[in-house]
Design a protein around this ligand. Structure first.
Ligand code: CP
Length: 473
């Protein structure tokens, strides 16, 4: 097998790549572009012969999906998958786990996936034994967009070091700016200038990350000031599908001041306008006149996506053996339990040991014990329920403790309870004793895939407290 840094590896976050790996993939993309310029589009059409890419797009896409598919075809490979979940068993509530597994079973050699939930693509890569490429997950990351942005920036400011880039539009809900900025942070002497409405401001965690990496980050009031201080202006559309608390019209009004118009370009007549696309034609965050100006570079940027994705698929799959379907997910378990000291709970916990076997849920806010029982249906399922005062379930509303004789909980049930009451403590009772006492932590990002009850993704955290899937603290 021909090995390189990308062979058979998943690609989920741009932060996984070193500068030398970025250089390797940019060079390869340039090589693919040169072949195209020389009229040799199909020069490598044996490279991925008999290789199959599953293209799984749970969210709409024009560029990312088609450029991956074009890349696969031009390299001699083939495709399966879906563009939107209509017509798949996702419509019958099939989970991500079961869905992606079926594409491996259908002899996919790799997967590219887009999903509205942060961390969903990492989850797919954790459960599959084939490489998974992130085609965009929620408001989290779009790492192949970041790579094609780097290919484009390298054309404009060769070497990338020293780039002064302006960001505008919706910096709060988009994933392209996050991945682009993280990619640039791997280079020297980078300046990021930005201006955006308060509602669409660059997230503080990203600013902090960039500053820690030595990136100069400057906030300005106006688009013109950003343009004056930048070589490239990277505009983004308002991510209306993720903005739940405003109408589309309100969003358009907020964006007015920050739209890119021809007159604003006079602030820096040489500026290059990039945009990951699509432009929202109802907001027109880039005035159509700008499409026809010499400053517009976003269609060339989008075409670079084909060369970049050819390069990436080539590096991941060329010369590799197919992986036989072998689902093995037993080792994927939650690590989110915070166990509490045995000394603490052994001390005179007379109330806890009044049941022989079962669960005691402690520290339930007033009134919510009843909600837990209603949601999980312990009483209806015939479990004997008691409150702190050993009352019958009719008085559950006043008490802060729920004892369920004979019950064990599934991971889904723990999650359901903690979604209702985040700070409860679980006591597992065996033979009248507290065998285990713990808190069950959830990711704080409510768009994280681990928060979708029916997906049953076991919550997992890294040592520094970041969510394993969406990366948020
Ligand atoms: N840039 C981008 O991701 O475009 P699509 O949503 O059309 O794939």
């Amino acid at each position: 097998m021909k090995e390189n840094n990308f062979s058979k590896k998943s690609f989920i976050s741009i932060d996984e790549l070193t500068q030398s790996e970025l250089t390797q993939i940019i060079k390869k993309a340039r090589m693919m572009k040169n072949l195209e310029k020389q009229g040799k589009r199909y020069e490598l059409n044996e490279a991925l012969k008999n290789k199959r890419l599953a293209s799984l797009f749970y969210e709409p896409s024009t560029r990312t999906r088609t450029s991956f598919e074009t890349a696969m075809v031009e390299l001699g490979g083939n495709l399966l998958g879906f563009a939107g979940t209509e017509g798949t068993s996702v419509m019958k509530n099939e989970s991500i786990l079961a869905t992606v597994m079926m594409y491996w079973a259908n002899h996919a050699d790799a997967v590219v996936m887009r999903h509205p939930k942060d961390g969903a693509v990492r989850w797919a890569s954790d459960v599959l034994g084939i490489p998974v490429i992130n085609g965009g997950d929620g408001k989290n990351e779009h790492p192949t967009q970041a790579l094609l942005d780097l290919v484009t920036i390298d054309e404009i400011t060769p070497g990338i070091n020293g780039t002064k880039i302006g960001f505008g539009g919706d910096l709060a809900h988009g994933r392209t700016v996050r991945s682009n900025a993280i990619a640039l942070s791997k280079y020297d002497n980078i300046t990021i200038n930005w201006a955006a409405a308060q509602e669409f401001a660059m997230p503080n965690d990203l600013i902090e990350f960039l500053k820690n990496k030595g990136v100069k980050v400057n906030q300005y009031d106006t688009v013109e000031e950003v343009m004056k201080n930048s070589d490239i202006y990277y505009m983004t559309r308002p991510q209306k599908e993720r903005i739940k608390d405003k109408t589309p019209q309100q969003v358009n009004e907020i964006m007015q001041k920050y739209r890119i118009t021809l007159d604003k370009l006079t602030a820096n007549p040489n500026i290059r306008i990039l945009h990951p696309l699509p432009v929202d034609s109802s907001t027109a965050e880039i005035d159509t006149d700008v499409f026809f100006s010499k400053n517009q570079y976003f269609f060339a940027q989008a075409e670079n996506g084909i060369f970049l994705r050819k390069a990436l698929l080539y590096e991941i799959l060329n010369g590799t053996e197919s992986t036989t379907f072998n689902p093995n997910i037993e080792q994927i378990v939650a690590n989110n339990r915070e166990y509490l000291q045995s000394k603490e709970y052994n001390k005179g916990e007379l109330l806890l040991d009044r049941i022989e076997h079962g669960i005691v849920i402690d520290h339930i806010p007033d009134g919510l014990a009843h909600t837990i029982d209603e949601t999980l249906g312990f009483s209806k399922r015939g479990y004997k329920i008691m409150t702190l005062a050993n009352a019958e379930s009719s008085s559950l509303q006043q008490k802060g403790m729920l004892k369920i004789t004979g019950a064990t909980l599934t991971e889904r049930e723990y999650k359901q309870i903690v979604e209702i009451c985040p700070n409860v403590t679980f006591n597992i009772i065996k033979d009248w004793n507290v065998a285990e006492k713990f808190k069950y932590h959830l990711c704080q990002n409510d768009n994280c895939v681990t928060r979708v009850i029916n997906e049953d993704v076991p919550p997992r955290f890294e040592e520094d407290g970041r969510c394993h899937y969406c990366g948020r603290k």
